[in-house]
Design a protein around this ligand. Structure first.
Ligand code: CAO
Length: 426
């Protein structure tokens, strides 16, 4: 049976069609919003008066309609089901009767369009927004604060469903979707000036981007940090003697260069550390190249230049390259491709201090090695305590890819390589 849905008495001689929420072929249920209409003072959702399948939609956005205007023709559910199911007896070859609705459908209470308060559930800004109830509901479901949707393509600056979709798309691309949408309560804003003098400084672009990336990683990766120490007494003696041979203006060899080499040698033994999880989480992509990212502290924030093909370069070559890249980083002159393609990252705070920390994986890499300051410690050799230079290491890994035992074995090899650097020749 076909039912015609018409505009009921909306309390105004004429209203505008703002949005049409159905199309031919859609299933609709009783009271489902099928269109948004707007008069001078209010906007309203027009509900379906039947369960069924939409046969034809007779209006489009921008139309002017009044009481009695035909909105849509709907094949009601019972008849639609009979048509869809194979009938034992051939259905009569006649058009279904059209039933005219005489009673206007009840209409959802009008929402004052321009001054409607933003829904408190998820809309947190106080900006007054222009959007229909269905768009508000859609935004609420996605956790979007309509006050932050700046592109409004509807009439008189009205936010449409497509505008909300576009906002979410951009926000996802930039990684700035409010955590409230992920079900995580946001940190309440505090007016600190109540307690004393304050100064507001804008975050640098690097800090903002790093912050977004770190939040994304923190929320996506189940991370474990494993702490250990490597005995670098002999390595340090060798390093000091190497540097003593160097002329004053030559680049000095730091412990970090040996750590890079020790790490790459361990990655060769443990290919899962030189890997990334595919975006669908179904496979591991193993890399056959060895590029190491080095976290560099700059006045504008943290940047990670990448040293390429570390396995085929000498410590002297790497020392020149690291000096060049870290200088460029501090001058803000690194090119984007100099910060791409890393397999694993080292974050070394050894020049500053520390005993341990928990670095955050530079995803899609699967691990990061944190390094803090080496110090002389008494180490028991079976008969006596002897002074040894111990280097604290902190390995954070993505537990989806690396098991705890594998992490510990990997670190044991890194330690061995550092304790006896002759192993790096093997
Ligand atoms: N233990 C003891 N001494 C160490 C050490 C360690 N683990 N690591 C470095 N040192 C010493 C060096 O030997 C050097 O000593 P001298 O001045 O006597 O020669 C001094 O500390 C300074 O080293 P450096 O930091 O200039 O050089 P590096 O090769 O160790 O590190 C770089 C280079 C670019 C990684 C570093 O300068 C840097 O920016 N570190 C900060 C990284 C960072 O911010 N990480 C945090 C990320 S998470 O927010």
């Amino acid at each position: 049976m076909l039912i015609e849905i018409k505009v009921p008495d909306v309390g105004a001689p004429q209203v505008d069609v703002i949005e049409v929420l159905i199309q031919a072929g859609d299933n609709v249920v009783l009271d489902q919003s099928i269109a948004t209409l707007e008069g001078d003072k209010a906007s309203m959702e027009l509900p379906s008066t039947a369960n069924g399948v939409v046969q034809q939609v007779h209006i489009k956005p921008g139309d002017k309609v009044s009481e009695g205007t035909l909105i849509a023709t709907v094949l009601v559910a019972e008849v639609a089901a009979a048509v869809a199911a194979p009938a034992p007896v051939k259905a009569p070859d006649v058009a279904p009767p059209v039933v005219k609705l005489t009673e206007p459908a009840p209409i959802t209470p009008p929402t004052v369009s321009s001054s409607a308060p933003v829904q408190p559930a998820t809309s947190v800004s106080n900006v007054s927004v222009h959007a229909s109830p269905s768009v508000r509901m859609f935004a609420r479901e996605l956790g979007v604060d309509l006050g932050k949707v700046t592109v409004a393509t509807g009439r008189k600056g009205r936010i449409l469903k497509d505008d909300v979709k576009l906002f979410v798309k951009h926000a996802l691309a930039e990684g700035v979707v409010g955590t409230a949408g992920a079900g995580i309560p946001s940190i309440p804003a505090v007016d600190f000036s109540v307690f004393g003098g304050i100064e507001v400084q804008k975050l640098s672009k690097i800090k903002r981007l790093t912050g977004q990336n770190l939040t994304r990683v923190w929320l996506n990766l189940p991370m474990v940090t494993y702490h250990d120490e490597a005995d670098i007494t002999e390595m340090e003696a060798f390093r000091v003697s190497l540097n003593s041979e160097k002329a004053k203006d030559e680049i000095k060899i730091t412990a970090l260069l040996f750590i890079i080499k020790a790490l790459v040698a361990a990655m060769k033994q443990f290919p899962s550390f030189n890997a990334s999880l595919s975006s669908d989480g179904e496979s591991i992509i193993l890399k056959k190249y060895f590029n190491i990212g080095i976290a560099v502290d700059t006045p504008n924030g943290l940047v990670v230049p990448v040293l390429r093909d570390v396995d085929s370069k000498s410590i002297n070559q790497l020392s020149v390259e690291l000096a060049e890249k870290s200088t460029k980083a501090r001058q803000g002159k690194l090119l984007p491709n100099e910060m791409q393609g890393g397999c694993l990252t080292i974050s070394s705070l050894g020049g500053i201090g520390g005993t341990a920390f928990t670095p955050i994986v530079n995803a899609p890499e699967v691990a990061i090695l944190g390094v803090t300051r080496a110090k002389m410690q008494p180490v028991w050799n079976g008969t006596e305590f002897i002074p040894r230079l111990m280097l604290p290491l902190d390995l954070t890994y993505d537990h989806r890819v690396i098991d705890g035992a594998e992490g510990a074995r990997f670190m044991a090899v890194v330690k061995q390589n550092l304790s006896d650097i002759r192993r790096l020749l093997l």
